[in-house]
Write a protein that binds this ligand. Structure first.
Ligand code: FES
Ligand code: FES
Length: 217
């Protein structure tokens, strides 16, 4: 199989929940460190000619220009591709997870123009001209964890961690949209994000703590 064929492989429906012998705190730290490397591979720097500029987009594909985690990206995509598949398969941003692929679990939550969306139900074509933010893009420029990431660690708001990127992205939106005023409101707003490990007590506590920090910032 050529490298190009390999890039076009059919997305796997699941992946190992924990492929490395690391604990949860180490896994989060590894995620933050590898995010920058994952971002670098397919990106075209703003204002510079991209690989796609020099190519004829294949029949049946379309060209989109979007911004992912602050970086300009041009892609030739299948118009039927979901944003989740393009993020994971074309851009190597595997933080957003494919849980149900039917909009029912929240594991694939990312932000588009500041609003949370289920990326498995969103066509990548709809990201054209928009800002996409994934879990790989929320840490500070110096690598400092986002207050929500830190609060999830401090409150042990995860077990296997599979739902966690989606939980954190939804939780940030929950605070930003003013729905984190009470535990009841948080539970209601976060009800679309399923945790099969049942870490809900820690998740609600983490959101309450992070909300206080985010509102002070
Ligand atoms: S994978 Fe998108 S909601 Fe479950
Ligand atoms: S921590 Fe395992 S599914 Fe939520």
């Amino acid at each position: 199989m050529s490298a190009k064929d390999s890039e076009k492989r059919i997305p796997q429906q699941s992946e190992p929940v924990c492929a490395l012998p690391v604990n949860r705190r180490e896994a989060l730290a590894i995620g933050a460190l590898t995010a920058a490397a994952a971002m670098a591979r397919p990106m075209a720097a703003s204002g510079q000619p991209s690989a796609i500029d020099a190519q004829v987009v294949a029949p049946g594909f379309m060209r989109i220009a979007t911004r992912v985690n602050g970086q300009e990206v041009e892609l030739a995509i299948d118009p039927r591709a979901s944003l989740l598949d393009v993020l994971r398969e074309d851009l190597g941003l595997t933080g957003a997870k494919k849980g149900c692929d039917h909009g029912q679990c929240g594991a694939c939550t990312v932000h588009v123009d500041g609003r949370r969306i289920a990326s498995c139900l969103t066509l990548a074509a709809k990201a054209d001209g928009r800002d996409v933010l994934t879990i790989e893009g929320i840490a500070g420029p110096d690598g400092a964890l986002h207050p929500m990431q830190q609060a999830f660690i401090d409150h042990d708001a995860l077990q296997c961690g599979y739902c966690t990127p989606g939980q954190i992205m939804a939780a940030i939106a929950c605070v930003n949209e003013g729905h984190a005023k009470s535990a009841e409101s948080i539970r209601e707003y976060m009800s679309g994000n399923i945790c099969r490990c049942g870490a809900y007590l820690g998740i609600v506590a983490a959101i309450q703590e992070a909300a206080r920090k985010m509102e002070r910032a």
